[in-house]
Design a protein around this ligand. Structure first.
Ligand SMILES: Cc1ncc(C[n+]2csc(CCOP(=O)(O)OP(=O)(O)O)c2C)c(N)n1
Ligand code: SF4
Ligand SMILES: [Mg+2]
Length: 330
């Protein structure tokens, strides 16, 4: 009879796959940044978590009745009340004396716009909930309508470029400043292009007592009009141009940034996406809008000192991009 080798518990554990909160086989588009962001977030937050998920792409592509891609307890809320649902769950678990933590998921529409009232109340009351906004900069689930997070000049179905204006007229809301005004213990931005940074922030938020907030920049190939294979490149360029600053705040004070060694011109980022195609037309207004977007990026770089004035252990050049096969940050 063949003797089976005896492995230690540690060896067996090291051979187990990482905890996966969101399984493959869901119905997101190829290259969906939101699906990647949700997978990374649950891997870092789990396994002892329960999730409340607002209506939106993530909820729809992960749970086509009667199937589910979730490997953790998960509840679907309506579009506008996920923070209230998560707050109730947290209060109930606390009452039962359980250590299970609560995470709320919402798109930018469910965060910046319709879900904001419930989010503000949850933060004000100080519930021990991590609220994650998967920011794909429009209402994608219902066919790419503009949201309060859609960048200025972007094309959506409700902000088409034409004779009157060049895409969205209004500015992208500075949600992190609004969150900072609630003085919650921890708030940060992250990007699917910088996965180690994203994981560290999720863990830090989970270790924080009280409300925490994470805004994850999550490209949407369908709504932004880029190749699904270019999702990470697009996400990285948003950071490296200064258009999506990666920052961390404690009680409303800036405590960390991801510096940019060599800022790239915004056109490198915009050119990859169909939603900004009209900005490259031979048109005076297009040139003006490009200058405007460059000024926004330059202002972010100056405001958050992204040229690396602050001492940091890594920057956008040194930080990883997508890391496969193991968790070197565990
Ligand atoms: C009160 C209400 N209004 C509108 C809708 C339709 N609706 C469902 S999801 C959605 C957009 C979601 O956008 P976002 O939160 O950004 O998530 P995404 O789909 O982009 O991930 C809308 C408008 C709804 N479900 N409930
Ligand atoms: S529409 Fe965008 S956010 Fe929705 S599943 Fe497709 S890529 Fe993801
Ligand atoms: Mg959205």
């Amino acid at each position: 009879m063949n003797e089976q080798p005896v492995y230690s518990l540690d060896t067996l554990r090291s051979r187990q796959p990482r905890f996966r909160g969101l399984e493959s086989g869901h119905r997101a588009c190829q290259g969906c940044g939101e699906a990647l962001a949700a997978r990374l977030t649950t891997e870092a937050a789990g396994p002892d978590v329960v999730v409340a998920n607002a209506t939106g792409c993530l909820e729809v592509f992960s749970t086509p009745w009667p199937q589910s891609a979730w490997r953790l307890p998960w509840v679907h809320s309506v579009f506008g009340n996920v923070a209230a649902v998560a707050a109730g769950m947290e209060a109930a678990l606390k009452q039962q004396g359980r250590a299970t933590q609560v995470v709320a998921f919402a798109g930018d529409g469910g965060t910046f716009d319709i879900g904001f009232q419930a989010l503000s109340g949850m933060m004000e009351r100080g519930h021990n909930v991590l609220f994650v906004c998967f920011d794909n900069e429009a209402y994608m689930n219902t066919g790419v309508q503009r949201s309060g997070s859609t960048p200025h000049a972007a094309m959506t179905t409700t902000s088409p470029p034409g004779k009157v204006r060049m895409g969205k007229r209004h500015m992208k809301k500075d949600i992190l400043s609004i969150i900072a005004a609630h003085h919650i213990p921890y708030a940060a931005t992250a990007s699917v292009a910088y996965t180690s940074d994203l994981r560290k922030k999720v863990r830090r938020a989970m270790d924080t007592e009280g409300a925490s907030f994470l805004q994850i920049h999550s490209p949407c190939p369908l709504g932004w009009g880029h190749d699904g294979a270019a999702t990470i490149e697009v996400a990285r360029l948003a950071v490296q141009t200064g258009l999506f600053p990666i920052i961390e705040m404690e009680r409303g004070e800036l405590i960390g940034t991801l510096p940019i060694r060599e800022p790239r011109p915004v056109s490198d980022y915009l050119r990859l996406q169909n939603r900004f195609r009209h900005l490259f037309a031979d048109d005076y207004r297009a040139r003006k809008e490009l200058e405007h977007l460059q000024a926004i990026a330059d202002r972010n770089i100056e405001r958050f000192e992204l040229r690396g004035i602050r001492p940091e252990s890594y920057d956008t050049e040194g930080a990883d991009t997508v890391h496969r096969g193991g968790d070197r940050w565990a």
